[in-house]
Design a protein around this ligand. Structure first.
Ligand code: PLP
Length: 459
């Protein structure tokens, strides 16, 4: 075995560069008799032949079962009551919205567009939450008019905007207040949302006055405080600390009225590579439940209904992106070692996370197995940017070649939803696989779609 000095410290040289680590791959992924990877019984070559590449392949049972397990975990951890919202920003389509509702979850949206998708799915508006640090007046108006179950207020000015909209529509609008708890979640800077120097929420010290203002408006009903400390967090202590800080204020607010709920946000981490160690969600829910009960006992207050709103942990592991290899190039780095660049037919337009956060991913050849010695590879996209990298580093069989299909797991969250048309690539289709069958749930964008908005087209 030769270890390439360009390999990052966390990356283990594999005994078998064909193996699928169950911690990273969807539950329905396996090698079939030919060596190709199949997803819920549908093989990668079949999927590529029928739907083209790049392609998001979503294992329906994986997503549905994780949603149900998460709900059960929080109901176990919070016997006084738990409400689970699926954070639609991770990936939302009408089909996925219906799966989440069928699993008993509510849905969280944060724009008029996400609201439109949820409503088009037939979701009862009372099961929706609406977020955002700068909701437009029209988004507020549409949410109130539709009867959204909870609006999360993010600044003082929104108190009156939402109250006025509720008055106009003759409704009493339930609201939460997002608090910046000051908890420093251990994650990438752009994924940490409760440090002092960022745009979300109201500082703890100012929150009591804002709640008084909410309570002074008869068209609003105060549900409780909200906190979201960040995303892709492995260390559950941050959630517990945020709960402690919020419950102190929650207890004070009880002196002047009802505070039926506490929303602790989302952000639970998933494994993108075999090096990521993830605590099972049941353990996190129980630990968080114990903290909340203990703090409520200390404060002598009843345990509120606790809401959470995870996205990534439900949908992230369910999906892989399938690409076709176009070129393979060995690049001598600093005269000492070779990095093999494997270029695929997508890239930063379907997965911006490596460029945005330095995120790591894994990769496997999906169309076959091989006994060739593992070689360190970098999976690059086809865009005009040297930072257009999908997988910074992994090992593939050294005979990887043009025409091979490769699959990148754990791309269900914040990949399609952050996709762009850079270089005028159409966004890939999303195909749901289940019980040996595949169906398109979001179709691929065509060049006609891309040209449809260009009003200068003459021919
Ligand atoms: C307010 C809020 N809630 C929930 C989420 C979902 O986070 P995750 O997908 O990491 O669970 C986010 C994501 O950033 C968020 O901003």
């Amino acid at each position: 075995m030769s270890v390439n000095p360009l390999a990052p410290g966390w990356l283990v040289h594999p005994d078998d560069a064909n193996a699928l680590d169950p911690a990273v791959w969807p539950r329905g992924a396996a090698r079939d008799g030919s060596g190709a990877i199949e997803f819920a019984g549908v093989s990668a070559p079949e999927l590529a032949a029928e739907f083209g590449t790049p392609l998001f392949v979503l294992d329906e049972q994986d997503a549905r079962s994780r949603a149900a397990e998460l709900k059960a975990a929080f109901e176990h951890g919070f016997p006084a009551g738990a409400k689970v919202y699926y954070a639609g920003k991770a990936f939302l389509s009408t089909e996925v919205a219906r799966w989440m509702i069928a699993a008993g979850l509510n849905i969280d949206v944060c724009s008029g567009g996400e609201l439109a998708v949820a409503l088009a799915a037939g979701v009862d508006p009372g099961r929706l939450g609406f977020h955002g640090n700068n909701k437009s007046r029209s988004e507020i108006d549409r949410s109130v008019e539709a009867g959204v179950g909870a609006i999360v207020l993010d600044s003082v000015v929104e108190v009156d905007r939402v109250a006025d909209a509720a008055e106009r529509h003759g409704r009493v609008q339930p609201v939460r207040l997002r608090i910046n708890s000051g908890v420093h979640a251990s994650t990438h800077e752009y994924l940490a949302t409760a440090r002092e120097d960022q745009k979300f929420g109201i500082p703890l010290a100012e929150a009591a006055d804002v709640v008084a203002r909410i309570r002074s408006r008869p068209s609003l009903r105060f549900l409780g405080l909200h906190s979201h400390i960040g995303s892709q967090i492995f260390d559950s202590d941050g959630f517990g600390e945020a709960a402690r800080r919020l419950l102190g204020l929650h207890a004070e607010l009880l002196a002047d009225g009802d505070v039926p709920e506490l929303n602790l946000g989302g952000g639970f981490g998933i494994a993108y590579t075999s090096a990521d160690r993830v605590e099972p969600i049941a353990g996190i829910a129980d630990a968080l439940g114990a903290v909340v009960t203990e703090v409520c006992d200390e404060l002598g207050i009843p345990v509120p209904v606790v809401a959470v709103e995870p996205g990534r942990t439900i949908i992230g592991p369910s999906t892989v992106t399938l690409y076709e290899v176009g070129t393979v190039k060995d690049v001598l780095v600093d005269g000492v070692a070779v990095r093999r660049y494997v270029s695929v037919d997508g890239g930063m337009s379907d997965n911006i996370r490596p460029a945005l956060y330095g995120a790591d991913y894994a990769v496997r050849i999906a169309s076959r197995t091989s006994d060739a010695d593992p070689a360190l590879v970098r999976i690059a996209g086809k865009h005009c940017e040297s930072g257009d990298i999908v997988v910074q580093a992994d090992y593939l069989p050294g005979d990887v070649e043009p025409g091979d299909l490769v699959a990148v797991p754990a791309t269900g969250a914040y990949c399609w939803s952050l996709a762009s048309n850079y270089n005028y690539l159409g966004r890939p289709a999303v195909v749901a696989v289940r019980d040996g069958a595949a169906r398109v749930i979001v179709r691929r964008e065509t060049e006609a779609d891309l040209l449809a908005r260009d009003l200068g087209v003459t021919a």
